[in-house]
Design a protein around this ligand. Structure first.
Ligand SMILES: Cc1cc2nc3c(=O)[nH]c(=O)nc-3n(C[C@H](O)[C@H](O)[C@H](O)COP(=O)(O)O)c2cc1C
Length: 187
């Protein structure tokens, strides 16, 4: 987006989704590795890097893959409110996404699992479970298995964009409740 130009709200939203789609399809894109935020079980915020696996602007959903035994899944089962954060330096764009995260039905997993490359599968499984104390890194064994695979689908409720523009920063929030019509907000 050119410096100083005033995009329409819909152009701005399209830029945000385009960068998320780039993350889901290209390992080089900044949105490949968003930060996923959840409510920790002990009351502290929890954040971690994930790989963005799908971004669908029509349904306004994004997806990530994880080990069903990971702590984030326990947290999300307790409180499905979650956020994703991306800083995309190529576009000078910050993307903040808020929504409700759900595990997709287990019957839908085998088809997705078939497409996960062997080297990537090893992070879904293993002994002991993620987060358990071990004496040394070699005390963990890989054991990739579909039973430990989960796809987390974030149904987007809000997407907030901040464009860092030397002329004038541009910030807007788009909400599902009004069909993502969007509202400019002070940066
Ligand atoms: C670049 C990068 C990408 C990652 N991608 C994922 C991912 O797609 N899914 C995942 O569950 N963990 C991923 N991780 C590991 C998480 O950041 C985290 O350490 C792990 O999932 C345990 O988090 P939890 O205890 O909060 O569940 C990634 C880490 C890095 C550094």
């Amino acid at each position: 987006m050119s410096e100083g130009a005033a995009p329409s709200l819909s152009e701005f939203l399209s830029l945000g989704w385009a960068r998320l789609i780039a993350g889901a399809t290209s390992p080089e894109a900044a949105a490949r590795h968003p930060t996923l935020g959840t409510f920790g079980l002990s009351g502290w915020p929890e954040m971690r890097s994930v790989v963005l696996r799908r971004a669908d602007p029509d349904a306004a959903v994004v997806e990530v893959h994880t080990d069903v035994a990971s702590e984030k899944v326990s947290e999300l089962r307790e409180n499905g409110h979650a956020g994703l954060h991306v800083w995309d330096p190529a576009e000078a764009l910050q993307i903040r996404v808020r929504g409700r995260m759900q595990e997709i039905p287990r019957k839908d997993l085998p088809e997705i699992w078939e497409k996960v490359p062997a080297h990537a599968r090893k992070v879904y499984g293993g002994h002991p479970y993620p987060g358990y104390a071990i004496h040394s890194p070699s005390d963990h064994t890989d054991n990739p298995q579909l039973d430990r695979f989960a796809v987390l689908r974030l149904t987007v409720e809000e997407i907030e964009l901040l464009l860092i523009d030397p002329e004038k920063h541009k910030r807007a929030v788009f909400r599902r409740v009004d069909g993502f019509a969007g509202q400019w907000i002070a940066p």
